[in-house]
Ligand binder design. Sequence first.
Ligand code: NAP
Length: 329
Amino acid sequence: MAGLVPAISLRKAQPCQANRDRRDKHGDDNTMTARIIDGKAIAADLRAKIAGEVARLHASHGIVPGIAVVLVGENPASGVYVRTKSKAVAEAGMRAFDHKLPAATAEADLLDLIATLNADPAVNGILVQLPLPPQIDAHKIVAAIDPGKDVDGFHPLNVGRLASGLPALVPCTPLGCVWLAKTVHASLAGLEAVVIGRSNIVGKPVAQLLLAENATVTIAHSKTRDLAAVCRRADLLVAAIGRAEMVRGDWIKPGATVIDVGINRVAGEGGKEVNKSRIVGDVAYAEAAQVAGALTPVPGGVGPMTIACLLLNTLRATCAQKGLPAPSL
Ligand code: NAP
């Protein structure tokens, strides 16, 4: 098993022109109080640092980290996401091995491919894009990946190690959420943190990471009573729900830090046509910006961090497999 629970570096978000531009785009500057956490800029900074580490790894050890990205079927959203990932991998100086399989692929054939990738020393990270077609059991596929190459952090061994407070490869979006929170707070210790959502991909691992940072963590979900009151307790609120602008301004404690994971496509002001749609988060942005102390925008907040953290996981997995120390980023 390779990889470490990331030692998340403490950085302050840069108050900058990007913030002012963002305010112009998203809301009225006169009523806006929240500091906007510029995930795009923070992710670009992290990706540049990773590229530097990859170059050093190549120069001093002749190693080029490689990641295999497996896509089964024709899901258009997955296709776009996989292309974005492959581009980011190449830009970081890593090698991308793309495997595009037909939608009718048998589970046994995908398991054979995973076994081949597990055994390939040029492949340091393996990512199987979810969802998978119905004839394939996603749990079986994830469990077949070498846990040391499991750069998505979904393998039961990595999940268990994270829950046990042991070194693990950690899911990318949760890692990005905590990284962003740490650009605002030098320490998360003692903060009241509320995570809305308990999925295995976002909610639960975010909560585990926050617990590891010594926050006092509440996980809320669809059966939580008086969700607004629960949220109002939070110094740090993470929304991972998948419901457009569900978290209102009066759910937010004044000065709180709000991390909005949601990606929801809604009709644009011009109507319901597809080309008039826009992406919004799980938080009512304009309202939240008047109450929160710091806030991630959607798009441009958590999203860019997910891919940057995938690169980070691949770099860390490579170093662990080669017996090299994890880069301190
Ligand atoms: P999910 O698996 O559908 O989980 C949603 C969670 O929200 C569930 O735990 C659900 O509770 C809870 N929930 C739903 N309705 C609720 C309500 N009315 N009140 C309270 N809780 C409610 O979704 P996910 O995969 O975690 O993703 C969440 C959002 O993040 C989506 O918009 C997704 O697109 C986005 N996302 C973004 C990134 C990124 O890179 N930025 C990555 C992954 C996901 P129950 O468990 O009780 O049903």
